[in-house]
Design a protein around this ligand. Sequence first.
Ligand SMILES: *Cc1c(COP(=O)(O)O)cnc(C)c1O
Length: 950
Amino acid sequence: MPFEFTDYDPYDFANRRHIGPSPAEMAEMLSVVGAETLDALIDETVPASIRQKEPLDFGPPMTERQALDALRETADKNRNLVSLIGQGYYGTITPPVIQRNILENPAWYTAYTPYQPEISQGRLEALLNFQTMMSDLTGLDVANASLLDEATAAAEAMAMAHRVAKSKANTFFVDENCHPQTIAVIRTRAEPLGWSVAVGDPFADLKPGEVFGAIFQYPGTYGHVRDFTDVIASLHAASAIAVMAADPLSLALLKTPGEMNADIAVGSTQRFGVPMGYGGPHAAYMAVKDAHKRSMPGRLVGVSVDARGNRAYRLALQTREQHIRREKATSNICTAQVLLAVMASMYGVFHGPKGIKAIAQRVHTRASILASGLEKLGYTVEPDAFFDTMTIDVGRLQRVILDAAVAGGVNLRPVGETRIGISVDERTRPGNIEAVWRAFGGTFAFAAIESGWRLSEERLRQTDYMTHPVFHMNRAESEMTRYIRRLSDRDLALDRSMIPLGSCTMKLNATAEMLPITWPEFAELHPFAPADQALGYRFLIEDLSEKLCAITGFDAVSMQPNSGAQGEYAGLLTIRAFHKANGDDHRTVCLIPTSAHGTNPASAQMAGMTVVPVKSAENGDIDVEEFRAKAEQYSDRLAACMITYPSTHGVFEARVAELCEIVHEHGGQVYLDGANMNALVGLARPGDIGADVCHLNLHKTFCIPHGGGGPGMGPIAVKAHLARHLPGHPMLSGEEGPVSAGPYGSPSILPISWSYCLMMGGEGLTQATKVAILNANYIAKRLEGAYPVLYKSGTGRVAHECIIDTRILQESAGVTVDDVAKRLIDCGFHAPTMSWPVAGTLMIEPTESETKAELDRFCEAMLAIREEARAIEEGRSDPKNNPLKNAPHTVEDLVGEWDRPYSREEACYPPGAFRVDKYWSPVNRVDNVYGDRNLVCACPPMEAYQEAAE
Ligand SMILES: *Cc1c(COP(=O)(O)O)cnc(C)c1O
């Protein structure tokens, strides 16, 4: 025999991709943690009482090729027609340079939310461009860095209006020309807060004295372009707030919300280069008048300075508002839509104001030509003045024309029983317009119909926009490519190093899982396309839902929520609806441990519940006696409790089932925050433990990348008795209570989670959980001599993450947790989760994806930092002027004068840092206070760049 056959399978999940440590490395790590085998470690760690009885099983794992074949087959079940449906979603052309270099580039999509500004300057600049573009287009002063979708942005605007309006009224007025999904989401949000919603014609039905605010769609969902200046003035006279939901492309031509004196503008930036994706993800925007900027939800990027006085970007103000305000927060936004906002901002950079205007004009002209053709056929096109959308009354011909259009490859929008809506977009070709005419019975050639304007002078915008130089650079593709590359080079993402963020589960986003999301059959479907064109999506959503049910031990899933926090909100609304259906309207109290993630109390508040905090015991577990006492105290009014499992302290609490029983005894329901599901999959199921509903962060446990702060998906799973109370959607047979604009949230990223499940199989998913626990215990073991490891189980084990206490360094050497975090940047690492759930500590979650070598590199960096602090303790290092206090160090520190008492070598090459592949932070430590005092949230003028360069 020429060679011996190996039994190594090069395509086995255990040898590639998701499981970082090799079997040999695992053996070494097990000996460090002092466990015989991986299963022995798991038995010591996960309480027997909660272990699931049957192994997770959904067939053998697929190889990458098999999984991609399955995805291809599924994609082919979708039919990709030209959709001129509009209603908030439009065809758009993603510039290939953006698709390849941002959407398909791990340097962008694997980054985390930019809480550590020094390693996030690239995406912060892209987001600042987004804010500048949106405040320019809307004519308002300050824009945020994205919200989840247009409908939730409108609901956020309502909540904000309630907060800032001087009016004491209790009603919010909604223009009947708003998109139906927007109206429905606003109703969902208003109801638990006790506000009424009045839907009507703003020019006939609005009574300014009786509302705290109003929202108008611009252009309206049926195409109307109206001037709201007078209506807004009358709202202001009554101390109410005016919101406009405005399409950003139309604003290139139309008089702006700012020019009409609106207070808030919201909308979707989908048509700025982000495919429709059967509903998402895309970035919504919110822009406000200066007076309201401190009340804005979501994240705001601001300009500040670093320790050398150079310009640096950072998240400003209320960036973690739910953590600070908790149950007093008016919004629970955590994960937003950063990657999509970055794409939209780059679309703005790519086209510039001239290009955007040209696209808007072309869309308008083609829509006008389409309308002229229809008029030639004898149809009346409404309204007279439109931008891209028109409505035609066709009487009994509605079905016939819609079907004929589909036969010609075009989807149109049914409006009521007798009308048809048509929206032209950037992708609409002359042939598509001819196909529409044919469906209406006309056979003109596109070139034969004269173009015209449908917008009169007084409706047009008179102001400039996107005047900043970044929107005027030479856009040769070489420059565009390099700009995108330059920004991503400033950032630290998973493509460079592990990101050990406790609770956030920054695990591998495998390339094979990412490939399908840009396939046109997934990317380009309109969310309201006829159901028979989306059979692939239906199959995928059903199969993934079944798998999530098997994983969680629940019976039904809703894919609507676009983030974990939205999942919490949707889950609590489900519980609320259940109590109402039982006649238990008075059940409104929600018990929440004080260690809970800030989104929990914020979501409970939004769901109309009263938050009752429950303290933790000394060992970090929920104090069961206190919990029982609170449940008894509020027994009559108990609606729910929210628990995180394993706890936010990274421990499997053995008595969790008892907590669930207590809540049930008192008539409440158990909400389980599933953010820590990476410690459970295949080992224990929330449904078996006693929970009634949980959310899953698919962007944590199920491999959807964080995108620098979104997209996300936070589906909720429920027991059978709650299934009929899950959120509905107006586009799904008139159901009530949607929490998102799209019926399935952001379906175009679901192929990622689905492929992950297919390629791992039940066995692989379970192995991932076990290795995640091993990796965390390995880190805890290696660091425990240097730092106290807080919160272990009775057996001395941590779950999938561990909290290390850096407060000892503060006491002995004046070194803060911030200093440690910034020094880790010099070592080439993103800091772990800082000061949560315990102030002054770091929470480390390595995940199963990291190899032993990477874990060791991280541990060596942490141990070296401990030694640097010891040098201060022992007087060998200056307490104020040392590598920890001055971190991070930049290339600037390598040149010019050096008067520090430590060497440049020590400064820039601490243990852990690579020599050749060293990550250089582009700025020194960023001054947070300066940025908040001198709030600048748009691109600084060019002179400022000049100064910075000098
Ligand atoms: C991440 C997280 C959330 C919020 O999820 P988002 O998707 O960011 O909204 C809630 N609870 C816990 C414990 C989390 O870690």
